[in-house]
Design a protein around this ligand. Structure first.
Ligand code: NAD
Length: 429
């Protein structure tokens, strides 16, 4: 295969049948990867012990998670190959399948509300919280100066302090005054950046108001960093009106029942967290933000919504906060995260967030369609069957053979796999 033979499309029929080395060739040619990134992807255990030891405390080893490429993704008119790090079978395939079914209709269209993060400063012991609130709001220019002085690099890149909010919060131990500083963190996720500002500002707030400053930390409910994605799946491409209507009923169930919504949103996060992890970003920050956002009306609801268009097609939308970066944290230092980011060819953190939102919507389509039609188990368990075969000791060609056998017998568990493996070995010449 030559580089010229690979067109710049995310539609790669048969990608899953290629040997791993050829998949890397494909991705490297698609994204015009630098040789160092290509080499990095080919290393199965790809983080240096010295680097890992610097990243966290008490490091003893690393754990490798497979990274798959979601094909067929078209986001804002651009074909993208999306790296996804996940230990769960069928997550990558579900995204590729969902994206294929809306590719011809244009793929995904996205937008982003901004790249602003919120840091909170908690003030206690104020006898006059209403007056204290106004005293803080009056100091806005001074607060802006203090915050921006903490991070001249961020300011030079067009980021920095943007806004101020002061909220009175009733609690069982009395009223607290909570100051929000709102900071544009541009291409950084921004936690360290805004935490430093909050810590620097807190003593001044206490001095101005006569209160006592306690917590000074960002909010992961990053609702000024909301990403939106939409796509339309033509009814004919998804199996007709019956499938479409079943999917709408599945969505309505999730949006109106928190027990179902938790699982529905978990499916969305299967896609979202896999790209967040692959790009070296903070999965917990994104997950807590998404779930808090899903509960913002006071009831935990679906992160997506689904409707029938005037033409009778299925329209899906997703909205969620996505605090992800291209600099800061582990993003810049983990060599594999850098190589995987290079595949995405994104220039800004917003571009990355938009792709992640599109993946979340695709994942939700895939899960809802499977659940509302054949059930999740058939597709999921046939992929899972290979893991079960591995778990009972199958090697080489035995893995596919044992998996095929237990799928055919509709008993996908370790006992069945062990029996199938024993039979296979007995029958071997
Ligand atoms: P960081 O401080 O490592 O990097 C951000 C800094 O990089 C900015 O302050 C700026 O000075 C500089 N910079 C250079 N180029 C930039 C650009 N193009 N755009 C923006 N800034 C640029 O990292 P961070 O993003 O502030 O923090 C992220 C880390 O904080 C993650 O590792 C996360 O896990 C961790 N963290 C998270 C939480 C939480 O989510 N609750 C709390 C604490 C820490």
């Amino acid at each position: 295969m030559t580089d010229q033979a690979i067109s710049h499309t995310s539609r790669i029929p048969g990608f899953h049948k290629l040997p791993v080395a050829q998949r890397i060739d494909h991705v490297a040619a698609f994204a015009n990867l630098a040789e160092e990134h290509r080499r990095q992807l080919a290393l199965p255990s790809n983080i240096d012990t010295v680097l890992a030891d610097h990243m966290i405390e008490n490091m003893v080893t690393t754990i490798a998670i497979p990274v798959g490429i979601a094909t067929n993704m078209r986001v804002d008119g651009r074909d993208v190959l999306v790296p996804m790090a996940t230990e769960e079978s069928s997550v990558v395939a579900a995204v590729g399948n969902a994206a294929r079914q809306c590719y011809e209709a244009g793929g995904f269209t996205t937008s982003m509300s901004g790249t602003e993060m919120i840091a909170q400063i908690q003030l206690l012991g104020l006898p006059d919280p209403a007056r204290a609130r106004l005293i803080i709001l009056e100091r806005r220019l001074e607060i802006e100066r203090i915050c921006n002085a903490c991070d001249p690099t961020l300011v030079s890149l067009g980021g920095g302090f943007r806004d101020l909010e002061v909220r009175r919060v009733e609690t069982p131990s009395g009223e607290m005054l909570i100051t929000h500083i709102i900071v544009d963190t541009r291409d950084a996720m921004g936690a360290n950046a805004v935490n430093s500002m909050a810590e620097r500002l807190a003593p001044d707030l206490a001095a101005w108001t006569g209160g006592r400053a306690l917590l000074r930390i960002l909010s992961n409910l990053a609702d000024r960093r909301v990403v939106r994605a939409r796509a339309t799946w033509p009814s004919a491409a998804i199996g007709g009106a019956e499938v479409r209507d079943a999917m709408i009923a599945a969505y309505q169930f999730a949006d109106n029942d928190p027990y179902r919504a938790a699982t529905h949103n978990k499916g969305i996060m299967n896609g979202v967290s896999a790209v967040v992890l692959a790009t070296g970003n903070d999965t917990r920050a994104v997950e807590s933000g998404a779930h808090a956002f899903a509960a913002r009306t006071g009831r935990y609801r679906s992160l997506t919504s689904w409707e029938i268009t005037a033409a009778g097609d299925l329209a899906g939308t997703i909205e969620l906060p996505l605090a992800v970066g291209l600099v800061g944290g582990a993003v810049k230092i983990h060599p594999t995260a850098r190589a995987l980011l290079a595949i995405l060819q994104v220039k800004t953190a917003s571009d990355l967030a938009r792709i992640i939102a599109a993946v979340g919507l695709a994942q939700n389509f895939g899960a809802m369609k499977a659940l509302a039609t054949e059930g999740i188990q058939r597709g999921h368990m046939s992929l899972h069957a290979q893991n079960v075969a591995f778990a009972v000791g199958a090697v080489g060609d035995e893995v596919a053979e044992v998996a095929r056998c237990i799928v055919a017998r509709s008993t996908i568990n370790e006992a069945a796999a062990a029996a199938a493996l024993a039979e296979l070995r007995r029958a071997a010449p």
